[in-house]
Design a protein. Structure first.
Length: 233
């Protein structure tokens, strides 16, 4: 009888341990956030640049690069050229990541797939047929760098997960202070440069008629192609 009682007690302890392990096991973070323009995510009251991107477990580390002379890139589009000065002093990892795509010729043949007048123009991830290009691993968010999302600045698009930016970028067409870093709970979006020539081209892009295409709203009715992006200096 004593052995039976001991066995029952041991069995109860095992059940408790197993039950506790199930409760304490963290849930996976592999959800996919789907772009729902213009409000991006149904729960959000204000628009935020988004891209369809699986949320990673661990963002990749991009080597920090020292401050150096500003790099200027040319975004050659079907509407004209836009020159952007990149700020590697304040956003070194973001600039390094962007230049990897530039130097690989990744952006050639992509489009501005999301255009919202009074907000921003977004591109760098989709081709005209709606195909999303394969990217490198996402990078850590550098939004707390002192740069603001003012008119004419370029910033990285991402999902609701902060460290999810890859190739997609947007250019602010107005001052979007609500996209700036304010706290860990509201990390904002990482600006990493500014338009120094061709803002008139950006204004042409923001004014094109848009429609719903490839399952996404605010897609230009007439394609605005990114012919290529290359370093000017």
């Amino acid at each position: 009888m004593q052995n039976t009682n001991i066995a029952i007690i041991l069995l109860g302890i095992i059940v408790i341990i197993l039950f506790g392990a199930v409760i304490l096991t963290p849930s996976p973070q592999g959800e996919v956030i789907v772009n729902e323009a213009p409000s991006q995510v149904a729960e959000e009251a204000t628009p935020s640049p988004e891209q369809t991107q699986e949320i990673p477990q661990t963002p990749s580390e991009v080597p920090q690069i020292p401050a150096q002379d500003s790099v200027i890139v040319v975004i050659e589009t079907s509407k004209g050229n836009i020159e952007v000065e990149l700020d590697s002093e304040h956003a070194p990892a973001t600039v390094e990541n962007f230049l990897v795509y530039v130097d690989e010729g990744f952006y050639s043949g992509t489009v501005f797939h999301r255009v919202i007048d009074g907000f921003m123009v977004q591109g760098g991830g989709f081709t005209a047929n709606g195909s999303e290009k394969a990217t490198h691993n996402p990078i850590k968010l550098e939004s707390n760098n002192g740069l603001k999302n003012t008119r004419g600045t370029i910033a990285m698009a991402r999902t609701n997960y902060p460290h999810s930016a890859t190739s997609q970028f947007f250019i602010n067409v107005v001052d979007n202070s609500f996209l700036d870093y304010s706290s860990a709970a509201n990390p904002g979006y990482a600006a990493f440069g500014r338009v120094i020539s061709g803002m008139d081209v950006v204004d042409q892009i923001k004014s094109v008629p848009v429609t719903t295409k490839h399952g996404m709203e605010n897609w230009p009715a007439e394609e605005v192609e990114i012919i290529k992006i290359y370093r000017k200096n």
